[in-house]
Design a protein around this ligand. Structure first.
Ligand SMILES: N[C@@H](CCC(=O)N[C@@H](CS)C(=O)NCC(=O)O)C(=O)O
Length: 199
């Protein structure tokens, strides 16, 4: 059955999570990358008016965590135990919380944005990093095998560690060795390496 993943034309955020999960699952897929204008034309016909969207055999699935769960369950990248699967979901939802809580700076002066981001780093981000670290067996979330939540964590950590967000230096995460080790382990995975080398 043919599979496509539709997202914007950059390797980051929820789109990258799904592309990497498809790659880790060994699934061939059409990588559809939309311009802003193409997106605005497509948006009304999408399940929730947002990307990414997985299309398989004419069916459309939206919401990054649902897409990751679907790929993971079918391809050995998701816990089989019901409780562990729910914990996996909780972890992935916490990454979405983290995305929502980051002050985007809209309507703020640069000084206000700096103050808001520094307060976020010292407060919400610190709490997230501490509680998430406590859940990581190491190097991956559940020990030695890569699963979809590891990919979701990797993508968000990658954005922080590459200095994507003004006023939150990559060194902010130095205090969390388990997060750094998980990022390094996913980054070193041969299939993940292969994705970036092929780009
Ligand atoms: N909860 C959704 C959020 C989706 C979302 O906000 N997607 C952004 C890109 S990462 C988007 O489509 N933005 C364009 C728009 O809303 O028009 C998910 O996890 O997939």
């Amino acid at each position: 059955m043919s599979i496509s993943l539709t997202y914007f034309d950059f390797d980051g955020s929820r789109g990258l999570e799904c592309r990497l999960a498809l790659t880790a699952a060994g699934l061939a897929f059409e990588d559809i990358r939309l311009s802003r204008d193409q997106w605005l034309a497509l948006k009304p016909a999408t399940p929730f008016g947002a990307l990414p969207i997985l299309e398989e055999g004419g069916r459309k699935l939206a919401q990054s965590n649902a897409i990751l769960g679907y790929i993971g369950r079918g391809h050995g990248l998701y816990p089989t135990d019901a409780w562990k699967a729910a914990q996996h979901d909780a972890l992935m939802l916490s990454v979405e919380d983290l995305r929502q809580k980051l002050p985007d700076g809209k309507g703020m002066s640069e000084d206000e944005k700096k103050a808001a981001r520094e307060a976020f780093a010292a407060g919400w981000l610190k709490q997230w990093a501490t509680t998430t670290s406590a859940q990581i067996a190491g190097p991956f979330l559940e020990g030695d095998s890569l699963q979809v939540a590891d990919i979701k964590l990797y993508v968000i950590l990658r954005s922080y560690l590459s200095g994507t967000y003004d006023h939150i230096p990559p060194s902010t995460l130095d205090a969390y060795p388990k997060l750094l080790a998980l990022h390094a382990a996913v980054d070193a995975d041969p299939v993940i390496r292969g994705y970036f080398q092929a780009r």
